[in-house]
Design a protein around this ligand. Structure first.
Ligand code: SF4
Ligand code: SF4
Length: 367
């Protein structure tokens, strides 16, 4: 039976011995092996914002690998921001470069074109370091996600993809079911061998960047990234089977999402009052999927919070945003991928449910 370990961890000072315990219980010998460690470095966010994996976890994982005499240890991620120097900048602000203690590397520097990995893009640029690693460790953060319900160990592997190709994957897969398949296409390239989730502080509400930090006081660990996320989803209050990409991964034999087939060791009960993304955003279960045929939830810049930085427009995969002088969204182009929400550092992107047919009419009226 697939096993997920859940440790009580009341603050980040207590992380290191628990990570060591997870290695002792779940990791094979690592002597002489090349290890890749993948934290979630979504963007240039300070650790106390709880958007990125806490550096204490990264430091503990590096130390555990050194203790086991790994031949090579690389820490890295491909954040969503794609301008020159932005990868290192994000890692520095998130405290990851310092925590990685000389093991941090900009993994975007060594791309490998992988053909046929996903249906709608011929070649995906993937960081070669990951594909060549003997052992991959995923260090996700427990967070909600307005498009996929939750982001965890499986979605963390989306960062294998370098730069703008990530936005292309969004643009080519506007429907929720297609995007779930695309997430799993990337995950399948190299499922992690060990995943340890930072749930000391999680993010609830409108994650992965615009939600609120929420103290949970736990670390989750498993060899099976899908099972780890399924347990995290239950703790966050999602119904079994509600997260489309986990069901897709289970369907392809890449892990276990069925809670009845997962042995949990530790407190796995749902967290009281944990706020999931609002209805209409995480359109992952059947009912919401049906509603999403009628309603579409589209972003709208809140002028009280917007600083007119233009970052949302740069991240939009279909160029649906123009600055005038605040962001204006073309409803006919928008595919509701929520990248603009994810990368707005001012939390200025709100959402408004709109009738699809009305949006279509508006779009046609402007042509
Ligand atoms: S990223 Fe946010 S703050 Fe910047 S222009 Fe867009 S909505 Fe405004
Ligand atoms: S406007 Fe925002 S939600 Fe719409 S396609 Fe662009 S990035 Fe995605």
């Amino acid at each position: 039976m697939t096993k997920v370990l859940i440790y009580e961890c009341l603050d980040y000072e207590a992380v290191a011995p628990l990570v060591e315990r997870a290695f002792q219980e779940l990791a094979p010998p690592l002597a002489g092996r090349r290890v890749f460690i993948k934290p979630n470095i979504l963007g240039p966010c300070r650790p106390e914002e709880h958007v990125t994996t806490h550096p204490a976890l990264v430091a503990a994982a590096v130390e555990a690998c050194r203790r086991r005499q790994a031949a090579e240890i690389v820490v890295g991620d491909n954040p969503g921001m794609t301008s020159y120097g932005s990868t290192e900048h994000a890692a520095r602000v998130a405290g990851i470069i310092e925590a990685a203690d000389d093991c941090y590397r900009n993994i975007a520097d060594a791309p490998q074109a992988v053909r046929g990995a996903t249906a709608r893009i011929v070649e995906l640029p993937i960081s070669r370091t990951i594909l060549e690693a003997d052992f991959v460790i995923s260090l996700p953060k427990m967070k909600t996600h307005v498009a996929t319900g939750l982001t965890g160990a499986v979605k963390n592997t989306f960062g294998y993809v370098i730069g703008a190709a990530k936005t292309q994957l969004h643009a080519c897969n506007p429907a929720a079911a297609d995007f779930a398949r695309a997430i799993v296409d990337v995950f399948a390239l190299r499922p992690p061998d060990l995943s340890i989730m930072d749930a000391v502080y999680a993010m609830e509400g409108q994650g992965p960047s615009g939600g609120r930090p929420r103290f949970v006081g736990r670390l989750l660990a498993s060899r099976d990234a899908v099972a780890l996320d399924a347990c995290a989803g239950r703790m966050m209050g999602f119904k079994p089977g509600a997260i489309a990409h986990l069901m897709e991964a289970q369907g392809r034999g890449l892990g276990v999402a069925d809670l009845a087939r997962i042995e949990t060791v530790g407190r796995a009960e749902p967290i009281t009052g944990f706020r999931r993304p609002p209805l209409g955003l995480a359109f992952t279960n059947r009912l919401i999927s049906w509603l999403s045929r009628i309603y579409v939830s589209q972003p709208r810049a809140n002028r009280r919070l917007c600083i007119r930085c233009g970052a949302c427009g740069k991240q939009c995969p279909v160029r649906a945003i123009r600055m005038d002088p605040y962001p204006k969204i073309d409803p006919a182009k928008c595919i509701s991928c929520y990248c603009c929400h994810e990368f707005c550092r001012s939390k200025a992107m709100d959402f408004a449910p709109r009738l699809r047919w009305l949006q279509a009419l508006r779009g046609q009226g402007r042509r």
